[in-house]
Design a protein around this ligand. Structure first.
Ligand code: HEM
Length: 122
């Protein structure tokens, strides 16, 4: 928990700085194109995926500690801890798929502002 906590400090505060502080215009620069640009860059894909994995593993493991501390019935404890890991696994798989398969042109039609850019990229 302490090791993942240290890495999470770097990942989370780096994430907040790069998304909300560093861009010209600050938080107002954050839009679909900004995120699409980041997801087109392997560095930010891996940054976000690492943050996702660590936050869910750290968070689920931390919640496991709380459940084990407070839930007295063994069956309920097992069910809750299993539910935690299943939820974390589902979110990790879905989130990782989203980050690595994200395509800003998916479903774009001619009335979209992305149409010309997507036509040129096709
Ligand atoms: C800045 C980033 C973070 C740092 C530095 C950090 C650090 C820590 C540390 C050192 C512990 C262990 C405490 C102990 O041993 O008693 C802990 C526990 C925990 N963390 Fe984090 N964490 C961070 C982010 C997160 C995030 C994003 C989540 C949720 C997704 C989370 C959820 C938890 C939970 C549920 C516990 C268990 C609390 C307990 O045992 O009482 N943490 N955290």
């Amino acid at each position: 928990m302490r090791a993942s906590g240290v890495v999470l400090v770097v990942l989370i505060f780096g994430h907040l700085f790069v998304n909300l502080v560093a861009p010209e215009g600050g938080v107002h620069a954050l839009n679909f194109a900004f995120v699409a640009g980041k997801f087109a860059t392997p560095f930010w894909q891996w940054w976000d995926v690492l943050m996702l994995w660590l936050a869910f593993i750290h968070g689920a493991n931390g919640m496991r500690t709380l459940v084990n501390d407070y839930v007295q019935n063994a069956t309920v404890r097992t069910v809750l801890v299993a539910a935690l890991w299943i939820a974390a696994a589902v979110m990790i798989v879905l989130g990782t798929l989203v980050v690595f398969t994200f395509d800003p042109c998916l479903g774009v039609t001619s009335d979209s502002t992305l149409w010309e850019m997507c036509q040129a990229a096709a």
